[in-house]
Design a protein around this ligand. Structure first.
Ligand code: PEP
Ligand code: MN
Length: 336
């Protein structure tokens, strides 16, 4: 149930509604909106009757939320969520371009790539310091040293940084350095990690599990929001199918479905979907065509020497051309 307060409702009226909800053994979560406050009712053990709340002073409307994900549902915030990260706004109609290497390998590598990302018009920098690798013998990331390098990138190029948190043990440390905390595909249903992310002060970038349905993915986002963090960015990064020509299959149909079902912004990562650089470029362009809120692209100055995901990493020149194409597609969609 969502209780929509009147525009002129006082703080005291909002508090009284919260008390009325709690008196029925439920949790009330106020959601500040542009011009009015809404209050989501969570953890109800039985069906709620809207007439219980409808007549309370300051209440405009009590609306039953029909979806299993409540805070994530577009019913809760029909106008859509905008997330501010430094100077970058995600969800305001302009595609946000996030780019960088799969992993931070050294200061010189990260700085060199960040310079190209910045010059090409990228909005944010990505790079893993803790890497979830299939093999325990593969490069696992630089850990805190990698996070410190990311902080230098932010400082030097004025680019907010996105980096992955792999487990609870490194959470505090990642939270301290990151501007956006990434939860990877392998952790999408790591519920204790999701809960911890829900208590974080920073926005969370939640990748779709490689075999997750859209509903499961949105329920994972609900875990984060239910803990109080409403800054969740969804990321479609391909799902596992039977095909062999690509690493995963990019599910672009998830973009309009998520935008219909949820108010949260959705970014497309064609790099991890495709697995091969020649597929990344056309898929990135199509992400713009389906009006995703942004893209995440792996870029490397020397992909053949990359310690992870070199085969799918774009050369800086390719990335620069891609950025121009993305902005051109965006313009066409705005003009028509
Ligand atoms: C990544 O972005 O570096 C990554 C490991 O992605 P995913 O979780 O989508 O595989
Ligand atoms: Mn990668």
């Amino acid at each position: 149930m969502l209780i929509v307060m009147r525009q002129d409702a006082s703080q005291k009226q909002v508090e009284d509604v919260i008390k009325a909800v709690e008196a029925r053994d439920c949790k009330a979560r106020p959601i500040p909106g542009g011009d009015r406050v809404s209050i989501a009712i969570l953890f109800n053990k039985q069906a709620l009757d809207e007439t219980w709340f409808q007549e309370l002073p300051g209440v405009k409307q009590a609306i039953p939320v029909t979806r299993p994900y409540k805070l994530v549902s577009r019913e809760t915030r029909p106008e859509g969520t905008r997330i501010q990260v430094g100077n970058v706004t995600i969800g305001n109609g302009r595609m946000v371009i996030i780019a960088g290497p799969c992993a931070v390998e050294s200061e010189i590598q990260a700085m060199t790539i960040a310079k190209s990302v910045k010059e090409a018009g990228g909005d944010m920098f990505r790079g893993g310091a803790f890497k979830p690798r299939t093999s325990p013998y593969s490069f696992q990331g630089l850990g805190e040293e990698g996070l410190k390098i990311l902080a230098k990138v932010r400082e030097e190029f004025d680019l907010p940084v996105v980096t992955e948190v792999m487990d609870l043990a490194c959470f505090d440390m990642v939270e301290e350095y990151a501007d956006v905390i990434q939860i990877g595909t392998r952790n999408m249903q790591n519920f204790s990690l999701l809960r911890r992310a829900g208590q974080a002060e920073k926005p969370v970038f939640l990748k779709r599990g490689m075999s997750a349905t859209v509903d499961e993915w949105l329920m994972a986002a609900e875990y984060i929001m239910a803990e109080g963090n409403s800054n969740v960015i969804l990321c479609e990064r391909g799902v596992r199918t039977f095909v062999r020509h690509s690493r995963n299959t990019l599910d672009l149909s998830a973009v309009p479905v998520v935008q219909r079902e949820s108010h949260l912004p959705i970014i497309v990562d064609p790099s991890h979907a495709a697995g091969f650089r020649d597929q990344v470029i056309p898929l990135a362009r199509s992400a713009a065509a389906v009006s995703a809120n942004g893209i995440m692209i792996e870029v490397h100055n020397e992909p053949e020497k990359a310690m992870s995901d070199g085969v799918q990493s774009l050369y800086p020149e390719q990335f620069e051309l891609l950025c121009r194409q993305i902005r051109a597609i965006e313009k066409i969609l705005k003009d028509y």
